[in-house]
Design a protein around this ligand. Structure first.
Ligand code: ADP
Ligand code: MG
Length: 171
């Protein structure tokens, strides 16, 4: 992760640019000077599936179709975790040019607790999500990120390898 870029991304998550928390449809807002999209996802059982479609569409438009599978898998796990942890607000973001051939995906949530990766127990039904994220991402991590006064939370980020990013229409 390029720390400076990550900081500007965190600032973007904080900023008012973007959808309000009540946005019901999977649209998003793009910052003007960089390819970056975020979405304040309505909390529901549909959230992981909606985020999957949102991410697949964006990455395809950005010419990074080869990254779709890993990105949607990682985002699905992270959004599902945020919802299961009791988040009342979840914001997802994708930055396709986070570094040379690096796509960064982030999930911000306001749930208590932090991600804790366990070694997978093959007989257990749960506990494999972050193990999978760890396997697919070049790097990942999490840190506290308050969005404002009285709006504490954390962001879980993952850097994914991309080879096709940059050849899309930039939309
Ligand atoms: N966004 C999150 N907020 C709070 N706790 C989390 C979050 N993501 C993961 N965790 C914690 O990390 C654990 C491991 O997550 P994971 O590997 O996805 O397994 P599972 O979701 O099946 O329990 C979760 O059980 C939860 O305790
Ligand atoms: Mg999980």
């Amino acid at each position: 992760m390029d720390v400076r870029r990550h900081h500007s991304l965190c600032a973007s998550l904080r900023s008012g640019d973007g959808n309000d928390a009540d946005s019901a449809s999977p649209s998003s807002t793009r910052l003007i000077d960089s390819r970056f999209e975020k979405w304040d996802v309505p909390i529901s059982d549909q959230a992981p599936g909606q985020v999957r479609r949102w991410a697949a569409d964006l990455l395809t438009r950005w010419g990074a179709a080869d990254a779709v599978e890993d990105a949607v898998t990682v985002l699905t796990e992270l959004v599902t975790n945020a919802c299961q942890a009791g988040a009342s607000r979840v914001i997802v973001s994708i930055e396709p040019d986070a570094g040379p051939n690096v796509i960064e995906v982030c999930v911000w949530d306001d749930a208590p607790g932090v991600p804790q990766k366990h070694e997978p127990d093959l007989s257990a039904e749960r506990g494999r999500g972050l193990f999978m994220v760890d396997a697919l991402a070049a790097r990942w991590g999490h840190h506290a990120l308050p969005l404002g006064p009285g709006c504490s939370g954390k962001v879980v980020w993952a850097d994914l390898a991309a080879h096709g990013a940059g050849s899309g229409d930039g939309a």
